[in-house]
Design a protein around this ligand. Structure first.
Ligand code: GLN
Length: 280
């Protein structure tokens, strides 16, 4: 096996990822070298002529092969940053996405100036929303997750970030909180049956249970909007992340259920990504 230096490994990774059609090949090659060497970007620059050890080289080949098969980079790295906070991720839990930061922004704006606020995050997954809200406000957050693997990540991420979040292992459909909340947030599964057929290869490695939102993708919105209204305090708010082109329908669902001050918030790509409403 030809011995690779950090420099040749990096350049080769860039080339192979590019050839595999991965748009963010430069960024990803850097992340992979960081992962394998344990060096940060400046150490990589300083030590570019260093040779990979046989162990690192085996790892490198393995990582590159898996990534070229479109296995998510986030799962390979085992962690990912969301809202400037690091989260453990792996198979069985949805990877935190930058789009979802829009929901955190909404939540934090709503909580501004509220003391002793109580927040509920439904379909919490890795806990990225719950932890980001807790770390950036005074609020106490309850996070509900049903599935074993995802729940394990939720617990680890709360612990890793020392966040004021209580993990609750329950099903959103049966959970019956003993208190009322100022704010309920959720990024539920929202992909429709038709769209499930055409998801990205990367996304196909993520759990269907975090993606599939029933035939039309709206099952969770209908249920949560209806059944969790009674769990909101007077003046409280419900905020959802929604999929591309779902905002009008989800606004209508909130309206049918009697929510007021219904609105949307746009993500970085100009997509209406958050739909919210309040109760009297
Ligand atoms: N945003 C994810 C995607 O489009 C879906 C996440 C979800 O269903 N909540 O891949």
């Amino acid at each position: 096996m030809t011995k690779l230096t950090i420099f040749t490994a990096y350049n080769n990774a860039k080339k192979e990822l590019k050839e595999a059609g991965i748009d963010t090949f430069g960024f990803e090659a850097r992340q992979i070298i960081r992962h394998i060497t344990g060096y940060d970007n400046s150490a990589i620059m300083a030590k570019y002529a260093e040779q990979l050890t046989p162990f690192q080289q085996t790892m490198y080949n393995d990582v590159l092969r898996r990534r070229k098969e479109r296995y998510p980079l986030q799962y390979i790295l085992g962690e990912w940053s969301f809202y400037g906070i690091d989260f453990y991720v792996g198979e069985g839990v949805l990877v935190p996405r930058a789009d979802t930061e829009t929901l955190v922004d909404y939540g934090l704006e709503f909580l501004k100036g509220k003391e002793n606020a109580e927040v509920l995050d439904l379909c919490s997954g890795s806990g990225c929303i719950a932890v980001a809200v807790a770390k950036n406000s005074e609020a106490k957050v309850d996070a509900v997750e049903k599935y074993d693997t995802a729940y394990g990540y939720l617990e680890k991420n709360i612990e890793r970030n020392k966040a004021q979040v209580t993990a609750i292992k329950d099903d959103v459909y049966t959970f019956n909180p003993s208190k009322k909340y100022d704010l309920i947030l959720s990024n539920p599964p929202y992909i429709s049956a038709d769209e499930m057929e055409i998801i990205d290869e990367e996304t196909s490695y993520e759990p269907d249970t975090a993606l599939y939102g029933g035939e039309d993708g709206l099952t969770f919105y209908r249920f949560i909007a209806k059944e969790y209204k009674k769990h909101l305090k007077s003046g409280g708010a419900l905020g959802f992340e929604v999929g591309f082109k779902q905002s009008d329908t989800v606004k209508a669902i909130l309206s049918e259920q009697g929510y007021k001050n219904i609105g949307t918030k746009t993500d970085m790509d100009g997509i209406q990504r958050v739909v919210f409403g309040t109760v009297d």
